[in-house]
Design a protein around this ligand. Structure first.
Ligand SMILES: [Zn+2]
Length: 290
């Protein structure tokens, strides 16, 4: 509206959604209170925008170089959806309800990543095959680890979903740094097994993106590596399950567990969520629903 006013096309610059402020691009996709619930549900965007942006280009620049957890991609998709929604309302077309924007962004992101993995000649990790449970009483537990070398600590992330993709619980835990990355990955798996046991699961597929650890678990022979003891502990603990599989997955499909592991860098105490997941991780879950 501000741009249209500059060109003397409209008289009134106020935002059609809130009727409270002049509507420039920044207001339309960031400041307008009518859409604030979208960004409020993505805590980490606010954390990155400490000083108020002066224009959309300034806002975009804060995210473009942020390569972790697909934040740059999610920001661009959400902003694009909000802009399209604004235009649909402006021209009287059907518009997405605000509450569906994050979910929609997640499915666009998944489509984008799948398209990326199909580009010929690019050696990217292919998106894992769609996950199909052996039966409908089976649960999927994803685990991952993150190493924070400067802090001499590591993070463990675990997420539990049912066969329909609904989240049952999640965990983010900080541990002292082990000898090797493989040790940390093995400890993440052990934690996932304990967590699954604690919440009473009996039929479980454990998914991790560490080929070494999944490979070791699926080999019958004893271990000589450091993490051999941890592998043995895992084998003993899973004895209580009726059904258990250890499956290797791509890092893309393990992104929720990865994000939960990285969360342990800032929060040292173990965090547990049951039936719900932290709001800053929620958009990533859409990536992982198979
Ligand atoms: Zn507004």
């Amino acid at each position: 509206m501000v741009n249209l006013h500059k060109r003397q096309i409209v008289q009134n610059v106020s935002c059609n959604l809130c009727n409270d402020h002049p509507e420039d691009v920044l207001h339309a996709v960031w400041f307008c209170k009518e859409i604030s619930s979208v960004w409020d549900s993505l805590d980490w965007f606010h954390q990155l925008v400490t000083a108020p942006p002066v224009c959309f280009r300034d806002l975009l620049a804060r995210f473009l170089h942020y390569r972790e957890e697909y934040r740059a991609e999610i920001f661009v998709i959400v902003a694009w959806l909000l802009w399209n929604r604004r235009n649909a309302l402006h021209f009287g077309r059907p518009a997405l309800p605000v509450a569906t924007i994050c979910g929609k962004a997640g499915s666009y992101l998944q489509g984008f990543l799948q398209a990326q993995s199909k580009v010929p000649g690019q050696s990217q990790t292919p998106i894992a095959q769609q996950w199909r449970p052996p039966d409908s009483h089976c649960f999927k537990v994803n685990f991952d680890a993150a190493v924070f070398r400067a802090l001499h600590r590591a993070g463990i992330g675990v997420i539990v979903c049912d066969w329909n993709g609904a989240v049952l619980g999640a965990l983010s835990s900080s541990i002292p740094l082990a000898q090797s990355v493989a040790d940390v990955e093995a400890l993440a798996c052990l934690k996932a097994v304990s967590f699954a046991q604690e919440i009473g699961l009996t039929r479980v597929v454990f998914e991790g993106d560490s080929a070494i650890i999944i490979g070791a678990l699926n080999q019958a022979t004893g271990e000589v590596a450091n993490y051999g003891n941890i592998i043995e502990d895992i084998r003993q603990q899973v004895g209580v399950f009726q059904f258990v599989v250890f499956s290797h997955t791509s890092r893309v499909c393990n992104s929720v567990a990865d994000a939960l592991a990285k969360k342990a860098k800032v929060v040292m105490v173990e965090q547990l969520w049951l039936g719900d997941i932290p709001s800053d991780i929620a958009p990533l879950v859409y990536l992982d629903i198979h």
